[in-house]
Structure formats: structure tokens, C-alpha cells
Design a protein around this ligand. Structure first.
Ligand code: ADP
Ligand code: MG
Length: 253
């Protein structure tokens, strides 16, 4: 077991809007950290800071032993080479609410694109691994389809396979099932459960409380840019300490 993510005193503002306030958290190898909380509480922004899609205003983020960002009042504490940042970010795979597949590419092309163009894998190697991943998400037979011909659940499973194709050590999920019709949610959660059982370190923003309960190692409740409660799924769901956590859970459960 090792520490995969460390977030220390992170603040993030958009102009005068303070979106993250004094965020502190650690994620250990193999943990599934679930982040819940009302809309606008900063969940997506926090995930996006973890893979440098957003740049923090102050604080420090480490991915394994690598410094991803360290800032004080918007100024870099240390100059981190851009190349280094992009290398660190290949350790993290991300799956969004909207599947964001390349519409003009087949399923297989979507999956091998980054391994071939970024990781410089040979096409044969990339295809072989893509087929393993398609098998894992149950979509081998769809390899030559275009995204538009797949259901939302299938597209999201391809998106997961595409993220995994870069062999990330950490997977970030931002409400991966909230754009799906209810009957398609289960197939995506099943793939995520399989990943979790395989020992993948995961940070999952979700409204699926059942998933958080069953698979989550820890749950964080975010409210107005702060982590207002943190605990085991058991503790958060059956005995929330914070009044706002309780009110939120009453609405969603
Ligand atoms: P959540 O994912 O919990 O719904 P977000 O992290 O998306 O919350 O957003 C938190 C707050 O930050 C919201 O008030 C949102 O409008 C604002 N916000 C998010 N991204 C931007 C941006 N790029 N520019 C300005 N404001 C943003
Ligand atoms: Mg969000």
C-alpha cells in the first residue's frame, strides 16, 4: 500500500468566486474514494485539479511521489516543467459524465488513438490491449462500430476502456452514470466494480449512493467548496454527523 494522491490546503478560485477552500485529502493505493455533495459544491473542480485540467490557486497536490502543483496565492512555489506535468497526468485516467468519444472514429480507433500517438505503442500492441479491454467491458463485438450507433451505456464503457488503454494508476470518474437512462446505469457500475475489485485506485464523483455504499472505501461529502464530512460509507450513510450531510442524504436516498 502506498499513497497515490495527496492534496494539501488546496484553494481554487475562478475570479472572485472561491470554489475550493482548504481541501485536504489522501488516497491510498487500491482505495475507492467516493465524493458526494450538492451541485455546485466543487466536486468536478476538485477532480479537474487532480489531473491539471484546472490549475489550483494555492496549496499542494502530489501524485505518488511527484509534485503536480504547489502554489501560494496563485504563484508557483516551484517551477515544474510542463513535460513533467503531462507525464504525471498520464498516471490518471478520467471518465466524464458525457462520454466524449471521437465521433468520427470507430470504437477500436478511439481506444488505440492515445496509446499509439502519445505512448508510441505499435499499432499491433495497441490493438491487442484494446481487445483485452473491450472484453473486460463486454464490448468486443462492437469494435468496428461508430459511437453514434452505441447506447449511452455502451459509449461510457468504451470511454472507460479508452481511459484504461493508457494504463493509468488512478482512475477519476465524474458522475459517469448521470447522463444515462436509468436502465443503462447498472452496466457501467458493473464495469467500475470490476475495476475496483481488480485493485484500481479510484476517485468517483457520484450520485449513486448504492455504489458508494457497496464499493467505496471512504466517502467525502462536499459542501460549498469544503469537505464537510468524511468517513466510511457505513458512517456517512447510517450515521452522518453533519446536519448538511443529513439533509443532502435525505434528498437523494
Ligand atoms: P459540482 O461538480 O460539485 O457541481 P463544480 O466544480 O462544477 O461543482 O462547480 C463549482 C462552482 O464553480 C460552481 O459555482 C461553478 O459555476 C463554478 N465553476 C466551475 N467551473 C468554472 C469555470 N471554468 N469558470 C467559472 N466558474 C466555474
Ligand atoms: Mg460536477
Amino acid at each position: 500500500m502506498g499513497r497515490m494522491i495527496s492534496v494539501e490546503k488546496v484553494y481554487k478560485s475562478f475570479g472572485t468566486l472561491e470554489v475550493l477552500k482548504d481541501i485536504n485529502l489522501e488516497v491510498q493505493q487500491g482505495e475507492v474514494l467516493c465524493i458526494i455533495g450538492p451541485s455546485g459544491s466543487g466536486k468536478s473542480t476538485l477532480l479537474r485539479c487532480l489531473n491539471h485540467l484546472e490549475v489550483i490557486t494555492s496549496g499542494k497536490i502530489m501524485i505518488e511521489d511527484d509534485l503536480l502543483a504547489e502554489k501560494l496565492d496563485g504563484k508557483n512555489q516551484f517551477k515544474i516543467a510542463h513535460k513533467k506535468i503531462s507525464e504525471i497526468c498520464t498516471e490518471l485516467g478520467m471518465v466524464f459524465q458525457r462520454f466524449n468519444l471521437f465521433p468520427h472514429m470507430t470504437v477500436l480507433q478511439n481506444i488505440i488513438e492515445a496509446p499509439v500517438s502519445v505512448k508510441k505503442l505499435s499499432k499491433a500492441e495497441a490493438v491487442a490491449y484494446a481487445m483485452e479491454l473491450l472484453k473486460m467491458v463486454g464490448l468486443e463485438d462492437k469494435k468496428d462500430e461508430y459511437p453514434a450507433r452505441l447506447s449511452g451505456g455502451q459509449q461510457q464503457r468504451v470511454a472507460i476502456a479508452r481511459a484504461l488503454a493508457m494504463k493509468p494508476k488512478i482512475m477519476l470518474f465524474d458522475e459517469p452514470t448521470s447522463a444515462l437512462d436509468p436502465e443503462l446505469v447498472g452496466e457501467v457500475l458493473e464495469v467500475m466494480k470490476k475495476l475496483a475489485r481488480g485493485g484500481m485506485t479510484m476517485v468517483v464523483v457520484t450520485h449513486e449512493m448504492g455504489f458508494a455504499k457497496e464499493v467505496g472505501s471512504r466517502v467525502i461529502f462536499m459542501d460549498k467548496g469544503e469537505i464537510s464530512e468524511e468517513g466510511t460509507p457505513e458512517a456517512i450513510f447510517s450515521n452522518p454527523k453533519n446536519e448538511r450531510t443529513r439533509a443532502f442524504l435525505q434528498k437523494v436516498l
